[in-house]
Design a protein around this ligand. Structure first.
Ligand code: SF4
Length: 474
């Protein structure tokens, strides 16, 4: 056996929190001088022009939060002063300057502001940053313009400015209104704030309102989660994301303070997700992936669709924002202390196989599954030439089935755990990438601990049988 079985089990236990593409790239990234990034960009733009391809989105990261929530894994820091924010925005414009010329004339399909908390910007800062971006980059006429906000920082006047700036999709990150969760995580928000945000969004006719909720947060109960969901549904968001919570450190810290196991937490989370799904389907929402539910067509984030379903490219601006050019390079801008000092880059030349594995994983988790023809059109190679062994194991285990000319996930999406378990314990990433994952998780992984029975709430016997069957084929 080439792989360390206990480590694979560790990955399986924590599969719902594995930022698999992120951790993989993080561990391999090295410092890159700006001219190396620039060379990759120029080659990418030249190839895109030659091949008449232009599947690219622009992402702007605002890393600041008023009071960062303890459960959050995003790249975020506490905002200490307005001066810090201004200096950050100046650096952001400088970074935009670097890429404006090489991308000149190449239209972006979407623009997204994420964080952190983009709505922490003042009205004039929002206005300025949008105009600086539009001065430097060109967007398709129907480009989706996304902006993320929290109820505590979004005001009616900011919504007016966002509408004028062309925002077409606004995400309100509510996560939870359970008082114990809010108290325990340092998050401050009220129903009155949410109500006034939603009214302003509707009044200004921003086409898509997306609301983010989390399931399974420390202290959150199924009762409070469903109460929040039902109250939120009265506002009829166009799309809702129900994100499962899982965090190695937070869960460990949480378990120390409360008499509840990781397994119990996982079971509660799975039951919340199942119940939410029943409610949302009854309310007329539809889903093709088990964690986002839409009421109207095209409510999904165009950027996410481009990356996950079309293997599209993205240019990221701002501290920690990740850029990736199709089949070429992944890099990240790192701004120094407090996100206000000189910009450095870290990057890695992407390994074609990882990109294909990522595509396969994302899309097997969608209702449409994976078509061999689409795979070939994106990567120029037959799916089974790359993943023959993986697909046959997933098929033999009935984790996926072949239906309507596509490979499709055969589970109920409530926890996704068994599927993810197979994905992460398989060799989709090979030995080299597993080594990187080991490095990334070395603080959390204890080689002497037996991870075989901490199975994301699934019956241990199912997990163990599946694992044994899987290992016998490796
Ligand atoms: S406000 Fe949003 S981005 Fe900031 S810490 Fe909380 S969840 Fe994370």
């Amino acid at each position: 056996m080439k792989n360390d079985i206990n480590f694979l089990r560790f990955l399986a236990v924590h599969s719902s929190v594995l930022p698999f593409n992120g951790s993989m790239a993080d561990a391999q990234m090295r410092e890159w001088p700006a001219n190396v990034v620039l060379d990759h960009v120029r080659d990418f733009v030249a190839e895109s022009r030659r091949d008449h391809r232009s599947e690219i989105s622009l992402y702007v990261h605002i890393p600041f939060c008023q009071d960062p929530c303890s459960f959050c894994h995003c790249a975020r820091i506490k905002l200490l002063s307005q001066q810090q924010l201004e200096r950050y925005l100046n650096l952001l414009v400088q970074e935009a300057d670097t890429w404006a010329e090489p991308f000149q004339g190449m239209p972006f399909q979407s623009l997204s502001f994420g964080g952190g908390t983009p709505s922490i910007l003042s009205e004039s800062q929002i206005y300025n940053i949008f105009s600086q971006i539009h001065k430097r980059f060109r967007f398709l006429p129907k480009a989706q313009i996304n902006f993320e906000a929290t109820p505590a920082t979004l005001t009616a006047s900011k919504v007016r400015v966002l509408k004028q700036a062309g925002v077409t999709r606004l995400t309100l990150g509510i996560q939870s209104m359970d008082p114990i969760v809010l108290q325990g995580t340092g998050r401050v928000q009220t129903w009155a704030q949410i109500d006034s945000c939603v009214r302003a969004i509707r009044k200004n006719k921003i086409p898509i309102l997306n609301i983010d909720l989390m399931a399974g947060l420390p202290g959150q109960t199924a009762v409070s989660f469903l109460r929040d969901l039902k109250r939120i549904l009265k506002w009829q968001p166009d799309i809702l994301h129900i994100n499962p919570f899982g965090s190695v450190e937070s869960v460990q810290a949480y378990s120390k303070h409360r008499d509840i196991s990781y397994r119990e937490m996982a079971l509660t989370r799975i039951s919340m997700i199942k119940e939410a799904r029943n409610i949302l389907l009854k309310e007329g929402y539809f889903t093709d992936n088990g964690n986002s539910y839409s009421r109207v067509k095209f409510a999904e984030s165009a950027q996410e669709v481009s990356i996950t379903q079309k293997s599209g490219s993205i240019l990221g601006l701002g501290s920690s924002a990740r850029s990736r050019l199709s089949g070429r390079a992944i890099w990240q801008a790192m701004y120094g202390a407090g996100a206000i000092e000189k910009i450095n880059y870290r990057g890695v030349v992407s390994d074609g196989q990882s990109r294909m594995a990522e595509y396969l994983i994302y899309n097997l988790l969608r209702a449409d599954g994976v078509s061999k023809e689409v795979f070939f059109s994106l990567f120029g190679i037959q799916l089974e030439d790359v993943f023959k062994c993986e697909l046959s194991i997933l098929m033999a285990s009935k984790i996926i089935v072949w239906k309507r000319g596509r490979f499709i996930y055969n589970g109920d999406w409530s926890g996704l755990s068994l599927f993810e378990y197979f994905v992460h314990t398989k060799r989709f990433y090979g030995e080299r990438l597993l080594m990187c994952l080991r490095k990334t998780f070395e603080g959390a992984y204890h080689p002497d601990k037996d991870y075989s029975y901490h199975s994301e709430g699934l019956p241990a016997k199912i997990m163990d049988d599946s694992f044994t069957a899987l290992l016998s084929q490796m």
